[in-house]
Ligand binder design. Sequence first.
Ligand code: 1YM
Length: 660
Amino acid sequence: MLVNWHSFDKIFLRNNMVHDILCKVNAMTKYDESSIKILEGLEAVRKRPGMYIGSTDKRGMHHLVWEIVDNAMDEIINGYGDTIKINLHKDGSITILDNGRGVPIGMHASGKSTPEVIYTILHAGGKFESGGYKVSGGLHGVGASVVNALAQFMDVTIYKEGKICNIRFTNGGQVESPLKVIGETKKTGTMVTFLPDPNIFKNCSFSYTTICERMQESAFLLSGVTIEVNDEEDKKTAKFHYEDGLVNFVEYINDGKKTLHQVIHFNGEKNGIEVEVAMQYSESYNENILSFVNNVKTGDGGTHEVGFKTGITKAFNDYAKSNGILKKDQSLDGSDVREGLTAVISLKIPEASLQFEGQTKGKLGTPEARSITESVTYEHLKFFLEENKEAALTILNKAVQSKAARDAARKAREQVRKGTGKNNKERVLSEKLTKATGKNYAKNELFLVEGDSAGGSAKLYRNRETQAILPLRGKVLNCEKASSSDISSNAELKQIEYAIGAGLGASFDPRDSNYGKIIIMTDADVDGSHIQILLITFFYRFMRPLIEEGMLYIATPPLYSISNSKETIYIEDDEELEQMKKKMRGTYKIQRFKGLGEMDASELYETTMDPKNRRLMRVTLTDAALAEKRIHVLMGDQVEPRKEWINENVDFTMEDDFRK
Ligand code: 1YM
């Protein structure tokens, strides 16, 4: 192997990261402990994988892929190459290939090749940063050596300087075969294949769908790049390529919705911070804002989203006032101008100004990002509205209607609460509702219970002050398939709407909810699960802020009880039951609860409703765009996409409760 100092020097200058790593190697060789130190580093990763990749479940395993893909993306962002290919192999390993310059192949005085250094030395920050922007995804980008540490094998092939070079590692980063030339080529690029260590990632496999979803999002953010994903086992391929990145992203999210105008697209820059926005209104009333910083999703928003929201509210209010649509003393709320809005915001922030907040670091904290995003948004939107009168009036008309509906709904609810309302519709509709006596709405809970008989039991033992019961008969309507008139004439859903008392759809306001918690309580069987998903679909479509505010829950009734002469223990799954059987020596009795109705009233309260013992599952919304798509696919009227999703994502060989 030739030591190519000339090309190495260039890289050395361009990349102080390499310098950093090689200094480490130098220091190690001085003490002649290099190999021991390296293995200690990788061993640390193997001992505590969670510290480096978050978890050792399916999510953590996919993190390995994102790490390698990020290196390929960095190369493309720096202007080298334009294509990434991902291949899922039958044996569970995965290959990631790019057509960039290829990882440097020079040798170092320590006797190690640069690839060996890159893939075996754990770096403190972990990331190979090459420009002013940190472009890594996930948990601070922990680098290729972490992936190697957690792989049963890793194979790296580099196409560079006319040569094909290969290096192979085994058992978490030990060199199986050092870097050697294995052929000649005219191509350039890097190809990494690895198999996650099955001792670390138990019973996990890569998901074609998960990888496609993330790669599609990356392709939207990096206009012009082509990303291909291939599944060898199921013989599926997907190719993502978008010339008009964010505009295509918004079009994709709004696909199938009735939109009010062409996508609005603008960008701007100040103090080294770049802002790009694409936005479009549709006839729906949901708001869908996605934001990214340096190509990483900021799932919890942050200063840039705040700036964007302030910017649009100002632009629309200014326009409405100067065109006589609103009186000088009137104004639209932020929520009025966001009704039916889909927007994607993408910022590029120099590494030195980056600040993240929150537990998952998914929230941008950089203060300047707020004012810059606000002014870019305000200026461009103002210009757009002046230039596009028709679109401006259509959007404003919708916002004004939203304001009117909100005002009217609030007034009506106030009257109902005060008992001054004229209509007695509410009384008729809520006949089935057993109300809570307490007036502390935030503390009150509404149980939506499957079936009249379980509803009856729930009423008997509930905490009267804080717990209200609404029994539901049979299946509720599938809102994804129904028209809005079907929904407004559906008795079951109307009862839920009146019980909660905070409006519906555009006029829904969670602050007016009669309950702080809405709890879905169904049998632990297939029908129960179906009712849950139907109700969640309803809440997602018509009371989405309820989910966003974390107010929707699912009760988890026990599957079994096991009792001996001394005690009765309630159990949630079969695994726990097996453990308990071993613990409870002597004679015991097992009861299987097929439904809520099989428990007596006190048992139901104790296990499933009593805040002291119960376990509630909170319904959360981490990825609005994905949720939107999933609900559409799983609950919509098209059968083919649903079949496809189920075939890809549901393992029918798995034993579950539904079969027993
Ligand atoms: C399938 C994964 O890792 N591609 C890749 C990585 C690098 C380069 C090119 C690269 C970077 C630089 C110079 C530079 C990396 N280089 C380094 C290090 N694909 C994949 N493609 N020459 C080539 O940043 O200056 C780490 S990764 F450290 F050597 F610079």
